[in-house]
Design a protein around this ligand. Structure first.
Ligand SMILES: Cc1cc2nc3c(=O)[nH]c(=O)nc-3n(C[C@H](O)[C@H](O)[C@H](O)COP(=O)(O)O)c2cc1C
Length: 358
């Protein structure tokens, strides 16, 4: 049952157009610097997240595990993570905890990426119903399975309500997140899955959980409302909620306005330039999922080519903004378009752009 759902997600995300909304990076303008006062080779894209050095601030997004196809995808992505010296999330590991015979599909990540930054993953609704003893066991199993450096818990209320066999259980999640942070003994990342995180949610996380990172996973890329509706065979409600959520660029500004820790930007990021924009407006790193799924289904060479192109685009964006380092990129002049300005004004949000907590 869980395994067939995992294969459905891979199949639907790769065969259908499941991207919706606008992440509003088209309204983030980086100012061109005609005189960068350095050579292209002087650009240093490296950064450090959770004490791990990354060759550039990129993390392969959380996607899959639990099936044979997922194992191949995870192995391919992990090889690339190791090769490039970047980070990698795995998909939700619940499947491997309730069906240990599927754990191999995750273990390949530790085997193929022994030194890369690896991030374990569980879903908030599932952990919300576990007592503390079982929860602590799940968290430690998920971490051990991939020798994880950090653990992510995903918040996915929209996905759960649209999923035919969904579990929209969010009561008590904050207390469980606080408990996970204590037992994991690793940084805790709280992430969405494509509908964004508001400043209100970030504020609640700051005051009651103290997460080490927030991955905004905003609107403008993969839509789980669409994916689950295609699985359910009826897309009427999905049409009503098409584009629901907080655009990624805005979610970064909202979260940064109340949170000083690590922000990972994701949700519709499709180029190294989008990634550079995310960092310029306050994120520490960026992540991408669906395009890497499409590349990984084509194999290792294709995935390597894809990430190489992403890195080059990111480096060009740094050069053309005169950014010698990631710190410089966080300070470049920016101009926002009218939708972002109006949104931030109405929400009383100041774009703070500080980047601490690395
Ligand atoms: C096939 C597929 C499976 C996913 N499974 C998970 C998951 O298990 N856990 C999770 O936290 N996010 C999951 N996601 C969500 C992604 O991590 C990401 O938040 C979302 O796809 C938005 O990024 P994108 O627009 O770059 O795809 C999945 C995404 C895809 C495409």
């Amino acid at each position: 049952m869980i395994e067939s759902r995992k294969n459905d997600h891979i199949r639907i995300a790769s065969e259908y157009n499941v991207e919706e909304g606008n992440n509003l990076f088209n309204e983030v303008h980086l100012i061109h610097i005609a005189l960068p006062e350095m050579d292209f080779d002087d650009v240093n894209t490296a950064t450090t997240i959770f004490n791990k050095r990354l060759s550039f601030p990129f993390i392969i997004g959380a996607m899959t595990g639990g099936t044979e196809t997922a194992e191949k995808i995870n192995a391919t992505l992990a090889r690339c993570a190791e090769e490039f010296g970047i980070g990698m999330y795995v998909g939700s590991q619940r499947v491997a905890i309730v069906k240990p015979e599927t754990a191999r599909s995750f273990r390949v990540v530790a085997e193929n990426a022994p030194t890369a930054l690896k991030i374990a993953n569980l879903g908030a609704p599932q952990v919300s119903r576990l007592d503390e003893k079982v929860l602590s066991d799940w968290v430690l199993q998920a971490i051990d399975m991939i020798n994880a450096d950090a653990i992510a818990i995903h918040l996915n209320p929209a996905q759960e309500v649209f999923q035919p066999e969904g579990e929209p259980w969010f009561k008590g999640v904050i207390d469980k997140l606080r408990f996970i942070r204590k037992v994991a003994n690793r940084p805790l990342i709280v992430k969405e899955v494509g509908n964004g995180i508001s400043m209100e949610v970030a504020r609640a996380l700051v005051s009651r959980v103290g997460p080490d990172a927030i991955d905004v996973a905003g609107t403008g890329g993969t839509s789980f409302i669409r994916i689950e509706s295609i699985r359910a065979g009826t897309t009427n409600e999905a049409d009503v909620f098409s584009g629901w959520g907080i655009p990624t660029a805005i979610s970064i500004c909202e979260v940064r306005s109340v949170y000083d820790g690590v922000i990972i930007a994701s949700g519709g990021i499709r180029s190294g330039l989008d990634g550079a924009k995310a960092i310029a407006i306050g994120a520490n790193a960026f992540s991408m999922s669906r395009p890497l799924l499409l590349a990984a289904l084509k194999g290792y060479d294709e995935t390597k080519k894809f990430i190489g192109k992403l890195l080059r685009e990111f480096r060009i964006a740094m050069f053309l903004t005169g950014s010698r380092s990631i710190d410089d990129l966080g300070k470049v002049p920016i101009v926002f378009g009218p939708t972002i300005i109006s949104w931030l004004n109405q929400r009383g949000v100041q774009c703070r752009r500080i980047r601490r907590g690395e």
